[in-house]
Design a protein around this ligand. Structure first.
Ligand SMILES: Nc1nc2c(ncn2[C@@H]2O[C@H](COP(=O)(O)OP(=O)(O)OP(=O)(O)O)[C@@H](O)[C@H]2O)c(=O)[nH]1
Ligand SMILES: [Mg+2]
Length: 303
């Protein structure tokens, strides 16, 4: 009787890394698994730049999902620094989810080479199955990965439509070890409110600008102040770009672009913080910041 009671109360805890090429849907998957938006997503590659954990807590277990930047062997220092973040996330986790959205190519093979030294289960997740026409297409995709790595499981999913995610979660819970609850029950993410604010602003820039501009941007929250008179949180934001031509694009004709970015970001931040915010956006040029180690450090990149 006592033994049964003890067995029933055994608590499990595990860390699960989400890795893959840019734009395959890793952050969309993270949000779907957590059940709320903890990471920004966009149709443009290289959306995620930092490791972000999302946390699922129940009385019986805690699953910590670690979203990572898409791995893609980029050339500039920022991208190389970001790639290292993804690779280092493979250490210190219990399970890896390798997300793909197409048949195996050299890019996927390169990522799989990092799995060779791992002694933990790696699941292959075939995402975006809502865009595939038939089961036959899904099978063909899986077949292209057979023999490339000894995956612990194959999961056709749709992060966008949350297809087959419950099955995936159930299997993860089976594999994670016994362990304590590492994070408080109500904590959904390890990202601070300030970080999330700057990410939401960057998300709007990803949606509202084109070509190299979104990737040349860093967003920094410079000041936060309660405004009791207006009952708002006043937020001063600096958007850093690499060239004055990018600054002009970001501001737009008669400031239209920056205004649209501010309006869209304000709406999301209001909702996220559940309070009214007032954003003041400044655009500054910092030449070639993506290749300057000191600037990267200042903007919080690296491990
Ligand atoms: N149709 C469909 N689209 C999806 C699915 N999952 C993600 N997407 C879309 O794919 C795009 C990229 O999604 P993200 O979640 O930002 O991708 P990511 O892998 O985190 O990208 P990086 O952070 O750049 O590495 C977005 O437009 C998503 O809406 C899916 O299951 N089906
Ligand atoms: Mg992402």
């Amino acid at each position: 009787m006592l033994l049964r009671h003890l067995m029933k109360t055994t608590h499990k805890a595990g860390f699960v890394a989400i890795v893959g090429r840019p734009n395959v849907g890793k952050s969309t998957l993270l949000n779907a698994l957590i059940g709320q938006k903890v990471a920004i997503t966009s149709p443009k590659p290289q959306t995620t730049r930092h490791r972000i954990s999302g946390i699922v807590t129940t009385p019986d277990y805690q699953l910590v999902f670690v979203d990572t930047p898409g791995m893609h062997q980029g050339k500039d220092l920022l991208n190389r620094t970001i790639d290292k973040v993804a690779v280092s996330s493979l250490k210190d986790v219990d399970i890896v989810l390798f997300v793909v959205d197409r048949k195996k190519t050299a890019a996927e093979t390169h990522i799989m080479s990092y799995f060779d030294t791992l002694k933990i289960p790696v699941f292959l997740l075939i995402n975006k199955i809502d865009t595939l026409a038939s089961k036959h297409e899904i099978d063909e995709l899986i077949v292209s990965y057979l023999g490339a790595y000894d995956f612990a499981g194959y999961y056709p999913i749709s992060a966008k439509e949350t297809t087959h995610l419950e099955q995936l979660k159930r299997d993860l819970i089976k594999l994670i070890p016994e362990g304590p609850q590492y994070f408080p029950t109500d904590m959904k993410s390890d990202q601070s409110d300030t970080m999330m604010m700057s990410e939401l602003i960057r998300e709007k820039i990803l949606y509202l600008t084109e070509q190299e501009v979104p990737h040349a941007v860093a967003v920094q929250i410079e000041s936060l102040a309660d405004n009791p008179k207006e009952k708002t949180l006043d937020v001063g934001v600096v958007i850093i770009v690499e060239r004055s031509s990018q600054k002009m694009i970001l501001i737009g004709k008669q400031g239209e672009k920056i205004k649209a970015i501010g309006t869209a970001a304000r709406k999301d931040i209001n909702q996220y913080l559940n309070r009214k915010v007032h954003l003041t956006l400044w655009v500054k040029v910092k030449k070639d910041w993506r290749n300057r180690p000191q600037d990267l450090k200042t903007f919080g990149f690296g491990d």
